[in-house]
Design a protein around this ligand. Structure first.
Ligand code: UD1
Ligand code: UDP
Length: 439
């Protein structure tokens, strides 16, 4: 059994790290393929050191480029490695160009693809990440999804529930595993010599930082928030466009704003834990904030992490100066709201996601399901129909009694549910698929 991990950027290194540890702990053979999309020490190497990961076995060294060129170079490099290493499964994580290139190259080689954090959808196709997630999911064989709602996104795209594993998000494993270590080793708070209440900020999404008007609106809001110390570890993309649009000095010279270089993961966990509030457009930080019980404002108009908003820990404020300023003042001035945001339940699991993923992979491997083959049954067409269930029967029992039927989605008073094996079907409507014709 051999697993190939594909990583390319800061969040992939962080979120794959607990899974790499788990695979390593179980003595499974694995290789790390770094695409080199992030290459600065503070965007890549620093995380290998903090998370005590082995050096990548391969680095494609793609660097920065247009999306198509980057994806093409990565695919070529990844293909060469996969052909020579022949892994049983290739794991990709999240929604970066590395995920797109890795999933596509693997699927073309008929290699099994496991997508960690599959199924997220913002339903905004102007985001490069949305395209990456959707294309990767077309190539994926094992979908490791963080929540039931995410699983349902995939069911509505026709993905078979048998291939979906609701595991939580490895971001929780990473937080739990590293927070204790970080509290012993990080001295970021004393290093920064901060005074008063802290608001931590990250900002790097293309749709915010490459758009001068949006960037200007966000900065205007930050300049208004003078009663908090804003710590801003700035992503290199953002530094570049701030300089390009002539906005860098304004931020750098604001007395209540500390713009610094990106910091290591252990330091960032400590900075977040000591913050009153997070403002971000990061995907991972929306998840970390709710894990660490820090209220979060998200500088986006939509999110593929709607669970955080539903749970009450995250508010979407777009790049709207008024909305940002108003919500910061509201949260900081209303103790009850602040408390409720802090106490929002974490939808992303209990920190055992990596164990669940490795269990599922081993199970599939032992059942021969990682061998991707063309179907050999002489089948007819796949038909689908809705059944109203009156019997007291579970999903597993129904499928055992009706081997030709696969339950795709269950509806309870119109609400979609994932067909967990022990779910009772009494009084519900189910969408089933079955083969007709053939022999
Ligand atoms: C990428 C991902 C994004 C993810 C983010 C995590 C895609 C399409 N985007 O965005 O989903 O949220 O990583 O941080 O895959 N740069 C450096 N040094 C580096 C890396 C980048 O200076 O080590 C600069 C370059 O000017 C580069 C720019 O940042 O052009 C953008 O980098 P890129 O990797 O294209 O996208 P990110 O914004 O980092
Ligand atoms: N992070 C970090 N140092 C920083 C900023 C962020 O270690 O200076 C971590 C953060 O803890 C989170 C991850 O980077 O786990 C999020 O990455 P990013 O925001 O770049 O990408 P996204 O999650 O939006 O894809």
């Amino acid at each position: 059994m051999k697993i190939a991990f594909i990583i390319g950027t800061r969040p992939e290194i962080i979120k794959m790290s607990p899974l790499i540890d788990e695979v390593d702990k179980r003595g499974i053979d694995y290789i790390l393929i770094h695409t080199g999309q992030h290459y600065d020490h503070e965007m890549s190497d620093q995380f290998f050191q903090d998370l005590e990961l082995k050096e990548p076995d391969y680095n494609i060294g793609v660097g920065s480029d247009s999306h198509s060129k980057q994806t093409a170079i990565m695919m070529k490099g990844i293909e060469e490695v996969l052909v020579s290493e022949k892994p049983d499964i290739v794991l990709v994580q999240g929604d970066t160009n590395a995920v797109l290139a890795g999933a596509l190259a693997s699927a073309k080689l008929h290699m099994a693809v496991g997508h960690v954090e599959a199924g997220l959808r913002s339903y905004d196709k102007t985001m490069p990440e949305e395209i990456n997630r959707m294309v990767a999911d077309v190539c994926t064989n094992m979908f490791f999804v963080p929540t039931e709602d995410t699983a349902i996104n995939l069911l509505f795209e026709g993905i078979s529930p048998q291939n979906i594993f609701i595991t939580g998000n490895t971001v929780v494993d990473a937080c739990h595993r590293n927070l204790k270590i970080a509290s012993k080793t990080s001295n970021i708070m004393s290093q920064l010599e901060l005074e008063g209440d802290i608001l931590s900020l990250t900002l790097h999404r293309a749709e915010n930082v490459d758009d001068p008007q949006r960037l200007k609106n966000i900065i205007k809001a930050l300049l208004n928030i003078e009663n908090l110390t804003i710590v801003f570890p700035a992503h290199p993309r953002t530094v570049k466009t701030l300089k390009e649009f002539g906005m860098y000095d304004t931020l750098k010279n604001a007395p209540h704003i500390r713009m610094i270089k990106p910091i290591g993961y252990l330091d960032f966990l400590i900075l977040q834990s000591n913050s009153k509030l997070m403002i971000t457009d990061s995907g991972g930080i929306q998840e970390e904030a709710i894990t660490l019980n820090i209220p979060c404002l998200t500088l986006r108009y939509n999110t593929e992490r709607p669970e955080t908003v539903q749970a009450g820990g995250n508010i979407l404020v777009g790049a709207d100066t008024e909305k940002i300023t108003y919500n910061v003042a509201k949260i900081m001035g209303d103790e009850e709201l602040y408390h409720n945001m802090q106490e929002a339940p974490n939808p992303y699991g209990d920190g055992t996601t990596s164990e669940k993923i490795v269990d599922a992979i081993l199970d599939s491997y032992h059942q021969g399901k990682l061998k991707i083959k063309a179907p050999e049954e002489i089948g007819g067409r796949q038909a689908k129909k809705l059944l109203t269930m009156h019997e007291k029967i579970t999903v597993a029992e129904f499928e055992k009694n009706n081997p030709n039927y696969t339950i795709k989605i269950v509806f309870d008073e119109g609400n979609p549910l994932f067909p967990q094996p022990d779910l009772s079907l009494e009084g519900k409507i189910v969408l089933v698929s079955y083969f007709v014709g053939g022999n």
